[in-house]
Each structure stands twice: as C-alpha cells, then as structure tokens.
Design a protein around this ligand. Sequence first.
Ligand SMILES: [Zn+2]
Length: 178
Amino acid sequence: MPVTYTKVEKITDAAAVKEAYKPTHPGLFEVVYAEGDYNSKLVACKPYAKGEVLCKVEGITPGPKKYTSVQIGKTEHIELNSDLVFMNHSCNPTVSLDTDTMTVVAVVDLKEGDNLTFFYPSSAWEMDQPFPCWCGAELCVKNIQGAKFLSKETMSRYFVTKHIQELLNERDAAVAQA
Ligand SMILES: [Zn+2]
C-alpha cells in the first residue's frame, strides 16, 4: 500500500508550507503550521459537541513503533497517514483517539479553531520518544513516556483503549503477586 502522507516536521517557512498544504479532512479539521520543530498543531474547522465523532480513522497502514505511529494493540502499531498525525499530546485533552472503534471523538465541547489534542498514554504503552510535557494542565503528568509509567489512578482520569487497560491490569497483577 503506498503511503503518500509525509509529516512536515522542521518548518523554516510556514507560509510556503501553508501554501502547498492540502487538508486530508477539509471542513473538519486542519493543520496550523508554525515555524520551528514540532510547533504545528491540528485545529477544528467547525464546532463539535462533547461525545461527537469528528471522523473515522481511515487509510492507516501497519508499521513499526516510532514517534509518528499509534499503538492499536499490545504489540501492533500503525501510521495514521493523514493530518491526524499532527494531533499533539495534552494532559487535558480535547479529543480521544479510540483505536478500538477507530474514531476520533470530542471529549469536550469544541469550537472552530480549538486545538485537537489527545492523551498519548491512552493508546501508547511505552513510547518510542518520551518527552517532558509543558501542557500547563493542572494535573499534568510531566513526563510522557507511555501508560506503563503511570498509575491506574492517573490513567482513570482519561479515556483508555482496551489494550492499554489490559496491559495495566497485567502489570498491576504481576506487582501484587511479587
Ligand atoms: Zn501535560
């Protein structure tokens, strides 16, 4: 399957990138490019009510774990191959990326221009590229390394995929037996 989507990461001329940009989900959401590394973001093009499905996740391809991939099972990872790859992490997320139903769902009421973010550990067990979080949320977990490094109590504040819930259960059962 050909993968035609390329995530433009290091941006030196945001105006030129914007000029060439063709949204993969026109009218639903779009990338706002910013100069620098990892400064771009995905924003809503219209309002969404809490619980509303923004889109189905389509056109995915299996791939190795890397910084752009999303974990969809205990050992399986995929590439999104769409503008969805620009969804940033937040500890106070606005959407969930539900890999069980392959949908993106609003977890708060969204208005046009709102930043679309999800809680990366909701699907990621042990991330390829951990990073310090500066999201500013009151309950920011600070180090985004994957669900493996977070308590069940912390994870319970968020939408959690089936495979992460199972991995958390296995981890805590092993600790209880030790
Ligand atoms: Zn945070």
